[in-house]
Design a protein around this ligand. Structure first.
Ligand code: MN
Length: 735
């Protein structure tokens, strides 16, 4: 983009030279001229800090936009973008002259400029968020804002030092990444280099001079290599164009600081680009180059088959040249090169007669999945701006693992993402209901790190819910935020229910002790005693009762100012029963499924595994992972969806398990009583018994459901059962 380097006082004619190349309809040309005259008139008394008339800034914005081949409305809006803010403009008159569409564009650009921030800290996080939201409504707003920012950066030398820093910081953190994600790389590079110059001038100068020093030497190597490659390609019938390319300064700086490389290491890489006419030719040229030069393993990237999320396509390879020097070679078609430089602007270049902005916006949103995240942000009110910033920086700017759904949809995730990140990216509900995952058709633990090209298939169960352990597994801010918000909501709901239950408990207790709840359970009275328990509200008090951090006895004593005595009645059978059943249902994590603890599972009823049994998991379609005994006859029928499972010894040793046993004996009196006695001697509790006498009345079959600690416990019990008189056989049942 040749015009991006210019910073001269230009005229409307310079802009028209560019727009005339692709905007031919007289009414469109007139629109641009009208916008120019209007802006010139409105800004007539204003000058820029540089001393230039204000209109020069607007012409530069229009020129940059015309180079991106945007539609005439956007060029006009570019010329008008400062009129609403800086000049006295009547909304209705403006709309009548330029229409609602242009008004909306200008208004959106103005809104972004007007964002005010209370302090430095809020500034960064919420500034970014607000800018993204404001821009998400129409991609053309982003283009105008980027063109505006580019010219402001080019004229930053006229600003105070403080402003230079602040504006450069924002450019580097917000605008350059946006330009990158839109694929407008030349604009991004210039924004980065300009920001770098103001933010770390010493380093900037140092790198610039190092680059300059080595330039002649590098150019010589590159042109020699170009000659060699050309000679090779000329011997085949293929169209191509080859040239050397240079890295921009900020990218060198970033590699030096982020990847801790020395300048020499980065700069030893010599870069060459080859442009050809078709996709097939790209691969053909790659073949010739790899046949002649040794490629460095692991450095070949096929972004043609697997485009980046900003639509970038190209083949990348790194080869060793004649003198042992390393060359980076990029091979792509002319169209791909255009997209590489101008991104969305190249893809949806304005064509008169066949341009519809709604379709363009929709296509962009579809192509750039991150763009949808921008649009969604405005609705997410329960997360604060800082969370948003994390999501943006992790998911959107750092996306670099590309995986696929079984239907071939490509999803970009941050490096180190897991199937859970993938699930949450598909849909929040899919994430919440995940019970297992297959990667490339193989069942894997949910903490598996995904690699480029993995095909991920998520198994869900609509009754399943997230586990808090997932927060340690997921990588993307998006998934983290969804899981966190699930638990925040869940805890809120539990608290609300706890308050209601606590209140009921207290009411029952007061009645039981002969007090009138109405007299004691009013807000004012309750809050007057809250201080005794270090609590602050009526709600907290009831909740504390529910959680038993305040006992009913304490509560009643304080409320009624009367001493009561802790009676045995407080430990009613019912509460014992509740305690027990709670313990039983709370055994969720004592099995490690697929190498991971915290995964949702249930013990299968058909074979009722007991701690100590050899076990295996089976991933059901709709009901999570079912744990079976390895010798369960049903297991052999489910070979392809099995997942490894083992007991977590620390947790399992405190658990209790159900086992079903069958006792066959001859018929006699008091048999059941003897069985119960043996059970109690073995500290086995019986959950259910069913005895049946055979038709000939000679034998009895007794089926028992018992609660045991582990297989040893169960085996000892069975051995003792066999010792009972008349018992013929004792065995464990599978149903
Ligand atoms: Mn401006």
């Amino acid at each position: 983009m040749k015009t991006f380097g210019k910073n001269d006082p230009i005229t409307i004619d310079d802009v028209l030279v560019e727009t005339d190349k692709y905007i031919k309809k007289p009414e469109n040309r007139q629109l641009i001229l009208d916008a120019y005259e209007y802006a010139k008139e409105k800004h007539k008394n204003q000058v820029r800090k540089s001393g230039d008339p204000y209109i020069v800034h607007l012409l530069h914005v229009a020129l940059t936009l015309s180079d991106l081949k945007v539609d005439p409305q956007t060029i006009a809006a570019g010329l008008l973008h400062d009129t609403i803010e800086d000049c006295d403009v009547d909304e209705d008159a403006f709309k009548e002259k330029f229409g609602d569409e242009i008004y909306h564009l200008v208004e959106s650009v103005t809104k972004i400029g007007k964002l005010k921030f209370n302090d430095e800290k809020e500034y960064l996080a919420s500034n970014h968020r607000k800018i993204f939201i404001a821009m998400a409504s129409d991609v053309r707003v982003i283009m105008i804002k980027l063109a505006d920012r580019l010219h402001n950066m080019r004229t930053l030398q006229f600003m105070s030092e403080e402003k230079q820093r602040k504006i450069s910081q924002e450019t580097l953190e917000v605008y350059a990444p946006i330009a990158h994600r839109l694929g407008i790389s030349e604009l991004k590079n210039e924004l980065e280099d300009l920001s770098f110059r103001y933010l770390d001038n010493t380093k900037y100068k140092e790198i610039a001079s190092l680059v300059e020093q080595k330039k002649a030497e590098r150019d010589a190597h590159v042109s020699k290599m170009i000659d060699e490659i050309s000679e090779e390609l000329d011997s085949h019938d293929i169209t191509y164009n080859i040239f050397g390319r240079s890295k921009h300064l900020y990218s060198i700086y970033k590699k030096m600081t982020v990847k801790h490389k020395r300048f020499a290491e980065i700069f030893d890489l010599l870069a060459i680009r080859i442009i050809t006419d078709t996709e097939v030719s790209c691969y053909e040229i790659l073949g010739y180059i790899h046949a002649k030069y040794k490629p460095i393993p692991g450095r070949f990237k096929d972004y043609i088959a697997m485009p980046k999320t900003n639509m970038y396509q190209s083949l990348h390879t790194t080869i060793v040249g004649e003198e042992g020097l390393i060359y980076e070679v990029q091979i792509r078609t002319k169209k791909m090169d255009d997209v590489a430089e101008r991104g969305v602007a190249a893809h949806w270049r304005y064509k008169e007669n066949q341009y519809q902005k709604d379709i363009q916006q929709k296509e962009i949103e579809e192509q750039l999945s991150w763009f949808k995240d921008f649009a969604k942000m405005s609705e997410d009110s329960d997360s604060d701006a800082k969370d948003m910033m994390n999501i943006i920086s992790n998911d959107i700017f750092e996306a670099n693992v590309y995986v696929m759904s079984p239907k071939g949809r490509v999803i970009a995730l941050p490096q180190g993402s897991t199937p859970l990140d993938f699930a949450y990216r598909i849909h929040t509900d899919v994430g919440h209901q995940t019970v297992g995952a297959k990667v490339n058709n193989v069942l894997v633990p949910l903490n598996t790190k995904l690699k480029n090209g993995d095909v991920v298939n998520i198994m869900t169960n609509k009754n399943s819910t997230p586990s808090e352990d997932w927060l340690k597994i997921v990588k993307s801010g998006h998934a983290k935020q969804k899981i966190r918000s699930y638990f925040v909501k869940k805890k809120q709901k539990e608290k609300e229910e706890g308050i209601v239950k606590g209140k009921q408990l207290l009411e029952d207790e007061l009645i039981k002790r002969g007090f009138d709840p109405k007299e004691y359970m009013n807000k004012k009275h309750v809050e007057s005693i809250c201080g005794n328990f270090n609590l602050h509200s009526e709600q907290d008090f009831y909740y504390a009762i529910y959680c038993k951090s305040v006992t009913l006895v304490q509560a009643v004593e304080k409320l009624t100012h009367q001493k009561t005595f802790h009676s045995l009645k407080d430990l009613s059978l019912k509460s014992l029963f509740n305690k027990k059943s709670k313990k039983n249902s709370n055994k969720q994590s004592s099995i490690i499924v697929g190498g991971m603890s915290g995964m949702k599972y249930s013990l299968s009823k058909c074979c009722s595994p007991v701690y100590g049994d050899e076990i295996v998991g089976y991933v059901t379609k709709n009901d999570g992972v079912k744990i079976h005994r390895k010798d369960c006859p049903n297991v052999s029928k489910m070979s392809n969806r099995l997942i490894e499972a083992k007991w977590d010894e620390d947790l399992s040793k405190n658990e209790q398990f159900i086992a079903n046993i069958e006792i066959i004996s001859t018929n006699r009196n008091y048999l059941l009583s003897d069985i119960v006695t043996v059970a109690s001697q073995n500290k086995i509790s019986i959950d259910g018994v069913n005895s049946q006498v055979s038709d000939d009345k000679r034998n009895v079959t007794t089926i028992m459901k018992v609660v045991v600690k582990n297989t040893d416990h169960l085996k000892a019990f069975m051995t003792n059962l066999r010792k009972i008189e008349n018992v013929l056989d004792v065995k464990r049942l599978t149903m």
